[in-house]
Design a protein around this ligand. Structure first.
Ligand code: TYM
Length: 328
């Protein structure tokens, strides 16, 4: 059976990009693979956080995993810091990774902006991500497009390690959706939807209420034409709405384009909002139930145990291959 690993940072609030690009993809994989889904709290520390907020967001993200349909009987759900193998593995891989390749990571360049005060953790962040993935002998990593470069690095590190020390790691493949891998900001369809964008009109958050969702779609930036056509280059706003609508309703973009011929942008915006509400409303109801049930901590404790067991085997092979004396 194939292994799947993916993770999400417990920072800000999850938005439609995270849902369509990643979380929604996780659900069917549970039926065909052995899945590990992680709340990557150690990655969140690379930018200074309020400790209380980080704790809260970590549990909330686990609650959203469950509410979205991840099933703890089928998948292992856990918090990264509950398995010390990730930090240990990251150190060992830092001794394989090179300064040059880490310096070329676009996310570091965007977030660190070359600043002297960026944390060292932000620089080595992709190596921790590689440890996450490689310690589980992962075959497939479902992610949005913005994580492609990090996945390439994980593959490079696995291959280099195997060449240098003998074959230990499985070389993972990314799984990036054909549509929805890059959901764009509603206020600026030339940039991806993001937790850190200044305006809340940039994104639909998974816990937004229906009125807010409608309001945000009504304000979505489009263009000055009046034709509904799929053309991401020239009509990024309308194409983004069509992508979102299609992903949330299951209707193809082609069929939507045909159905909306001669209709106005306002119509498309309201119907897209409605398709989003149809998916998010039941998710939000389940989320409230999950958070009230106290189930989250139990699921995470059970997940951490399984995660430690599986990753521990690989970590031991790595340590031995690199020349560390086995622990007595
Ligand atoms: P993070 O927390 O930024 O995002 C979580 C997932 O959401 C995807 N995503 C998007 N997809 C489509 N459109 C968007 N606008 C959009 N914004 C975000 C991301 O691609 C990601 O799949 N470094 C990772 C977390 C991580 C990880 C891992 C992922 C740590 N270890 C191991 C996979 C495997 C991150 O910061 O994702």
């Amino acid at each position: 059976m194939k292994r799947v690993f993916s993770g999400m940072q417990p920072t800000g609030n999850l938005h439609l990009g995270n849902y369509i690009g990643a979380l929604k993809q996780f659900i069917p994989l549970q039926e065909e693979a052995e899945c590990f889904f992680c709340v990557v709290d150690l990655h969140a520390l690379t930018i200074p956080r309020d400790p209380e907020d980080l704790r809260k967001k970590t549990l909330e993200l686990a609650g959203l995993y469950l509410a979205a349909g991840l099933d703890p009987d089928k998948s292992t759900l856990f918090v990264q810091s509950h398995n010390p193998a990730h930090s240990e593995g990251a150190w060992l891989l830092q001794c394989v990774a090179r300064m040059g390749e880490l310096g070329r990571m676009t996310q570091f360049k965007d977030k660190g902006k070359g600043s002297e005060s960026a944390t060292a953790g932000l620089f080595t962040y992709p190596v921790l991500q590689a440890a996450d993935i490689l310690l589980y002998d992962t075959d497939i990593v479902p992610i949005g497009e913005d994580q492609k470069q990090h996945l390439e690095l994980s593959r490079d590190l696995a291959e280099r390690f195997n060449r240098q020390y003998g074959k230990v790691f499985t070389v993972p493949e990314p799984k990036i959706g054909k549509t929805g891998a890059r959901v764009m900001g509603l206020d600026n369809p030339n940039k991806k939807m993001s937790k850190s964008a200044d305006s809340s009109f940039n994104r639909i958050e998974l816990l937004d209420d229906p009125d807010t969702i409608v309001k945000k779609f009504k304000r979505a930036v489009t263009d000055s034409e009046n034709e509904i056509r799929y053309d991401p280059q020239n009509k990024p706003g309308i194409s983004n709405l069509l992508d979102i609508y299609s992903e949330m309703s299951g209707e193809s973009v082609d069929s939507l384009v045909e159905r909306y011929q001669g209709k106005g942008y306002g119509h498309l915006k309201l119907d897209t909002a409605d398709a989003v509400i149809q998916v998010l409303k039941p998710l939000q109801d389940r989320y409230r139930d999950v958070m009230e049930s106290g189930e989250v901590k139990r699921v995470l404790a059970q997940g951490a145990e399984r995660a430690r067991e599986v990753s521990g085997n690989t970590l031991q092979k790595v340590q031995e291959a690199m020349g560390l004396v086995p622990r007595g």
